[in-house]
Write a protein that binds this ligand. Structure first.
Ligand code: F6R
Length: 607
């Protein structure tokens, strides 16, 4: 997830671009850059790190010109560095991009064979070359050259390009990454999100998938990939800038909950191989045949993802998995060695305990694969390989979209290992790959169906204790539901394996203790219903999480929150959603600071 801005009009572009990027810093902040076209040709300034670094460069040599583009980066391909910062240039063409070009490696090889030199490790730079190549081959306009380039790339993009030989215009295209045009008086703007332009205009056009646009100071001309003219409605934005940054949501956490289908789709993109029924781990090959076991290490919510990873990997590859808290592993003289694969999971990539666990495992000879959302952070750097989740920056302290993106990464690893172990046959692999590909759509359906849960929150906000119970893949979700509620609503909550209730926790049940029962249809369903009956018999209040249309469950619960049907291995992607929304709604009903709960920090770099 990156931030994009563009400006053409009568004013100096640089201050407008910088103010826009400042508003988009929440989308990424590991490097930034601008390209401005003026009397001195195209001036490109780029800087690793936060925007302040770029501003200092601009103060030293302010670029002049009334047309420009700017970018704030959240690295996906290529580490955060000045060379990988956007804009990328080829010939007279400069390009900025938000998204992932899946087929950039073969395209890069073809362009290199044609004699083109690359200055970065990014997928974006190939687009600058493709546009330049099309112009040299006689494309009649910049927008047509962009179309020629787009016909060659697969993936997700919001792309914006300018060319020294085509002054006065900016061209852009959208597919699966956001892009908005802002219409001013004699000036036009482009951005990934409306906050970047709200100071200047409230009249905007939200581009749709496959839209291509040519922008001048006079306005925007829209067309499709074949050049057929398009019309899109002009909308008037009524949000203030702070609301707009949260996409109109009152909190980042809620925005991030609703971003999950996109985060999963981006994490699977280019890696889930539908036709080969396989998963590509971007160069990290795992040969399960020589492995003794897999060890999954993490803290907090990421540890819960690890618990689900055990089900996924054991289910697909039949290799024993152990899951451990990184903070425990590192201090217990662990039995680990070269015959083990260690998978460490850390959203921030900086958690001190997880980093220490990586060092411990490597010192004992194990190979370590990291799953992280932050490119080039300490944990991926200390590991042998990394599979990045593409959730985009998570601002809310309570992790939501990074958790489900971690599950997507673990599912990819499971498929990869299953195929190579010979345990996941072609038929089962086709089924799993197909179901995983459907997951983002099912998540959207679930989120749309659940509503805002305000009424439920009003009923339960004064509860002193909450219990969450589930079985199989939904036991870790019970733990995660309890953690979410504790973190942001400050209500005491416990997660239990449903079968454990009668071994102790059932003593806690009395009139009115809310018990969240994870009971989607699938293996263990009947058993969970028996556990539910035990709670009911003791007058607990039951909130059931069940499969859409399950009348039997509805008859046994005080409230039911429904999700679409899914195979057991992939149910956690869906069952966690009502729990995230419920914790959020209760925290809001209690008036708590949802995005920055007390005593917590987004990355825990102390032991
Ligand atoms: C809970 C939460 C924490 C983190 C934990 C590990 O919502 O965010 O429990 O999961 O601090 O953090 P990472 O994944 O950054 O290593």
């Amino acid at each position: 997830m990156c931030g994009i801005v563009g400006y053409v009009g009568p004013q100096q572009a640089t201050p407008i671009l910088i103010a826009g990027l400042r508003r988009l810093e929440y989308r990424g902040y590991d490097s930034a850059g601008i390209a401005v076209v003026g009397p001195r040709g195209t001036q490109v300034l780029r800087c690793q790190g936060k925007l302040a670094g770029l501003e200092a460069m601009i103060a030293r040599e302010p670029p002049e010109g009334t047309l420009g583009i700017g970018h704030t980066r959240w690295a996906t391909h290529g580490r955060p560095s000045e060379a990988n910062a956007h804009p990328h240039k080829a010939g007279g063409v400069s390009v900025i991009h938000n998204g992932i070009i899946e087929n950039y490696l073969p395209l890069r090889a073809r362009l290199q064979a044609a004699g083109r030199k690359f200055a970065s490790e990014t997928d974006t730079e190939i687009v600058a070359h493709l546009i330049d190549e099309a112009l040299l081959a006689g494309a009649p306009s910049l927008v047509e050259a962009l179309r020629v380039a787009l016909r060659q790339v697969h993936g997700a993009y919001a792309l914006v390009a300018i060319s020294e030989k085509h002054p006065g215009q900016i061209v852009a295209a959208k597919n699966a990454s956001p892009l908005v045009v802002g219409l001013g008086q004699g000036e036009t703007f482009l951005a990934s999100d409306v906050p970047a332009m709200l100071e200047h205009t409230r009249e905007v056009i939200f581009l749709d998938e496959g839209d291509v646009v040519a922008v001048t100071a006079e306005g925007a001309t829209l067309s499709d990939l074949d050049g057929k003219p398009l019309a899109r409605p002009v909308r008037t934005i009524t949000w203030d800038a702070a609301q707009a940054e949260k996409g109109g949501y009152p909190h980042f956490m809620l925005k991030e909950i609703f971003e999950q289908p996109r985060a999963i789709a981006d994490t699977l993109r280019g890696r889930l191989l539908l036709e080969a029924h396989d998963a590509d781990l971007e160069g990290f090959e795992i040969d399960p045949r020589g492995l003794r076991r897999v060890l999954l290490l993490a803290c907090g919510t990421s540890y819960h993802a690890g618990l689900i990873g055990k089900f996924l990997i054991e289910g697909a590859a039949r290799i024993p998995c152990e899951v451990d808290l990184a903070s425990e592993f590192r201090y217990r003289d662990p039995v680990v060695g070269p015959e083990d694969l260690v998978i460490v999971i850390s959203q921030s990539g900086e958690t001190a305990d997880t980093l220490a666990a990586v060092k411990e495992a490597r010192a004992r000879g194990a190979r370590v694969l990291a799953i992280s959302n932050v490119v080039d952070s300490a944990i991926p750097r200390a590991s042998n390989g990394v599979l990045y989740t593409h959730a985009g920056p998570e601002i809310g302290v309570a992790s939501t979209k990074c958790f489900t993106a971690q599950l997507a990464a673990l599912a990819l690893i499971a498929i990869h290992m299953g195929r190579r172990s010979g345990q996941l046959g072609p038929e089962a692999a086709t089924k799993l790959v197909g179901e995983l590909a459907l997951t983002p759509t099912k998540m959207t359906e679930a989120l749309e169906g659940l509503g805002d849960l305000k009424q439920l929150a009003r009923e339960y906000r004064y509860a002193r204790d909450f219990l969450f119970i589930g079985r199989g893949t939904n036991y870790p979700i019970a733990l995660e539901g309890a953690l979410k509620l504790k973190e942001i609503s400050y209500i005491h909550a416990e997660g239990y394996a449903a079968g454990e209730m009668k071994h102790g926790p059932i003593a806690l049940i009395d009139d009115g203790v809310p018990v969240v029962v994870l009971a989607p249809r699938g293996p263990g369903y009947e058993k969970v219903l028996s556990n539910l009956a035990e709670v009911r018999a003791r007058n607990g209040h039951i909130i059931g999480i069940g499969t859409q249309g399950d009348a039997q469950l509805a008859g046994l619960c005080d409230r039911v929150l429904s999700i679409p049907d899914a195979p057991a291995a992939l149910q956690p992607f869906l069952t966690v959603l009502p729990l995230q929304l419920m914790s959020y709604a209760i925290a809001v009903a209690k008036g708590n600071d949802v995005d920055q709960p007390r005593n917590l920090a987004k990355s825990v770099t102390v032991e």
